[in-house]
Design a protein around this ligand. Structure first.
Ligand code: SF4
Length: 376
């Protein structure tokens, strides 16, 4: 492929704008990771970079003297992030990938977008080679194969659903701007892979913890939302059957005792647990899927492959891409799955959990407020 002008004109600027390209990796390939990780001062600067990035929701690359320093900080920060809570991973990867794609979207040299897309295995064809209609050639710039589009299109945005796209001869038609968005998803996936891989490297993690273990812990506490930390504390001090509604506890009991619950009971349990893990405890959806699959291991007819597919389907990761809510109480009542005949005072089992957590969160505050009042 011919090198685009954006790369040949200013190599330094190119790697600064597009930090996960082959060229950017080459820029720092001579630096020994071991030396970087043993530089405590540098690691502390990376921690500040991580905190600033997460708090401001953007990367301030202007603060760096040169592209090499920027790249080293960014790559090292990715390794450090792998030592933090998983919920921070997604946010960090999202901001960094948006930095990458916002540069790409405003790139004057359109060939640069195609060149970088190709680096991320998004093969692009000129619109003129796929459709011959003049009007479509006005509205769209490029075409990408359907399977690549499905791999990288944003999952929760209706604009990106296939029914809302122009598809011709196995290709999805896109503008350059939309192509940059697909690249953003590919970059985000790559960053998450880098974090995941780093998290499995115990030697690297030990070095980092040795150097900045305390600062790392403090940063994590500052970064995780306070409400979430409070919810986690409450959940830790309560058993599931105290948090979950009677209908869910009943299905769980059946599942755990090796029973054979009905299809609707399984759907209710899976959708309830997924929503509880992802929306209330903020666990990444892929991790939540695995936790739910584990719950079903004890059912009489457990089939791991089938169960994982069905749970992924309910979580919107495959198939219709819809994240399902558990059925409402009236529907569960009509299915014979509500043991209280609708007496919990809620419309959906999930609301029951939210009410329980709120009640529990209010309790200590009321007590301390009362004791304060009494001492006054
Ligand atoms: S009222 Fe709703 S939450 Fe309570 S047991 Fe029945 S279905 Fe479950």
């Amino acid at each position: 492929m011919v090198l685009p002008r954006c790369l040949t004109d200013d190599y330094d600027k190119f790697v600064l704008k597009y930090p996960f390209t082959r060229e950017a990796r080459q820029r720092v390939s001579d630096v020994a990771l071991e030396d970087v990780l043993r530089d405590r001062e540098f690691l502390s600067r990376c921690l500040k970079f991580i905190e600033d990035t997460l708090r401001k929701g953007k990367i301030e690359y202007e603060n760096f003297q040169d592209s090499e320093n920027f790249l080293l900080t960014l790559y090292t920060s990715i390794i450090i992030v792998s030592c933090l809570d998983r919920r921070i991973w997604n946010r960090f990867a999202d901001i960094v990938s948006k930095y990458f794609s916002s540069n790409l979207e405003t790139e004057a040299d359109r060939e640069c977008i195609v060149y970088i897309a190709d680096e991320f295995n998004i093969s692009v064809r000129s619109i003129k080679k796929v459709v011959h209609c003049d009007k479509l050639q006005i509205f769209f710039d490029v075409a990408v194969p359907l399977h690549i589009y499905l791999k990288y299109c944003p999952k929760n945005d209706p604009n990106w659903k296939l029914v809302n796209r122009y598809v011709a001869r196995g290709y999805v038609l896109l503008t350059y701007r939309e192509l940059a968005r697909l690249v953003e998803e590919a970059v985000e996936k790559q960053i998450l892979n880098m974090i995941e891989n780093a998290s499995k490297n115990d030697i690297v993690k030990d070095i980092i913890r040795d150097q900045i273990g305390e600062e790392l812990k403090k940063l994590e506490t500052r970064l995780l939302p306070r409400t979430l930390a409070r919810i986690e504390k409450i959940v830790k001090n309560m058993s599931e059957d105290q948090i979950f509604p009677p209908c869910i506890n009943l299905i769980l009991e059946d599942v755990r005792s090796g029973g054979n619950p009905s299809h609707m009971a399984r759907f209710t349990l899976a959708s309830f647990l997924l929503n509880y893990y992802v929306k209330i405890l903020k666990i990444p959806v892929e991790e939540a899927v695995e936790k739910v699959v584990d719950v079903f291991r004890s059912v009489a007819d457990f089939d791991e492959r089938k169960t994982r597919y069905q749970v992924q389907h309910i979580a919107g990761l495959v198939g219709g891409r819809k994240f399902y809510l558990p059925p409402n109480c009236d529907e569960l009542q009509s299915l014979g799955l509500c043991p209280t005949e609708g007496k919990c005072g809620v419309k959906n089992p999930l609301t029951y959990v939210i009410k329980r957590l709120k009640m529990r969160a209010r309790k200590p505050r009321t007590l301390s407020a009362t004791s304060r009042e009494n001492t006054q």
